[in-house]
Design a binder for this molecule. Structure first.
Ligand SMILES: [Zn+2]
Length: 298
């Protein structure tokens, strides 16, 4: 696997390859776009390209010690910050659902350590939209005065969920929803899909989602479906994104329409984070989808 194997994100890959080849790699990036389109996977492949001992034209070799260690998540110069990592780092009993200032303090310390392989220290922060306020402020300071040869990649579903001050400090790289052909290439292979889609849990969600049938013409059907799904908040949010990618977006062909829809979906996701009545929110979303698809208006 290398950047060659990232599917459906040629736009993002071309930008990264070009920066490696022209030695214009930035200190900080934000990879943004709906869930499950390969942002985290691309970030790891980018890290490999940057640290690979036999890098060729921006592509990693996948066989050197650095590449293998990054694949196995044990490279001393690369850290992937997610909730699992944080739980282990802070030795908490329970997994948190936001990134705390203690984790950012660790990252600062990590940046100041001597590099093992000589090129860069790379920090990938998954679900950056969950940064607690003091953690975001602390990270901002790091982005304002980036340590030499440190690269920070933030991963998020939406730029609107991050503080503007952070967004303005990074190069923004958009990841587009995957089309059906690419999804069908990914989905039959459990192992690959779990890597590309970010986690095995998300793959489980897809199996769960495939069992759901919704009749958009029946209000009672929509209500009972939402009642079932909304029992699990995380699944509800994933369902909302999945429905957008697989049902709503394919009905529209023009990219500017996609942008409008994605903006609207981002708003729903924001509301999810602050709203405890997921059922009503889901119902509103599904009714909105029904309206958009039948009348084709925004
Ligand atoms: Zn290599």
């Amino acid at each position: 696997m290398s950047l060659k194997h990232v599917l459906g994100q040629q736009h993002a890959v071309n930008i990264l390859l070009n920066e490696i080849q022209t030695k214009t790699v930035k200190h900080s990036y934000i990879f943004y776009g709906v869930k499950g389109v390969g942002k985290k996977y691309t970030a790891k492949e980018f890290a490999k390209s940057l640290l690979c001992q036999n890098q060729n034209g921006g592509y990693s070799c996948d066989t050197c010690e650095d590449c293998i260690k990054i694949s196995d998540n044990i490279h001393p110069d690369v850290v992937l910050v997610d909730f699992d990592f944080q739980q282990q780092l802070l030795q908490k009993q329970q997994k948190s659902v936001s990134i705390s200032i203690d984790t950012i303090r660790y990252i600062k310390q990590f940046c100041s350590l001597t590099r093992y392989s000589g090129a860069y220290k790379i920090i990938i922060i998954d679900q950056a939209e969950t940064l607690q306020r003091d953690a975001a402020n602390s990270l901002l300071k790091l982005l304002e005065e980036p340590p030499q040869n440190c690269i920070i990649i933030l991963i998020t579903t939406s730029l609107g969920l991050l503080p503007k001050t952070i967004v303005s400090r990074a190069e923004l790289i958009k990841f587009f929803p995957l089309n059906k052909d690419i999804l069908s290439q990914i989905l039959p292979f459990n192992k690959i899909s779990s890597t590309i889609l970010g986690s095995v849990e998300e793959h489980k969600y897809i199996e769960q989602i495939e069992k759901i049938e919704i009749d958009f013409n029946s209000l009672t059907e929509i209500q009972s479906c939402c009642e079932r799904i909304s029992q699990d908040k995380e699944f509800s949010e994933y369902f909302l994104v999945w429905l957008t990618e697989n049902f709503l977006l394919p009905k529209f062909e023009i990219l500017s329409e996609w942008d409008k829809i994605l903006d609207e979906v981002e708003n729903y996701i924001k509301q999810f984070r602050f709203n405890i009545n997921y059922q009503i929110l889901l119902e509103t979303f599904l009714l909105r989808i029904a309206l958009l698809c039948n009348k084709n208006i925004l």
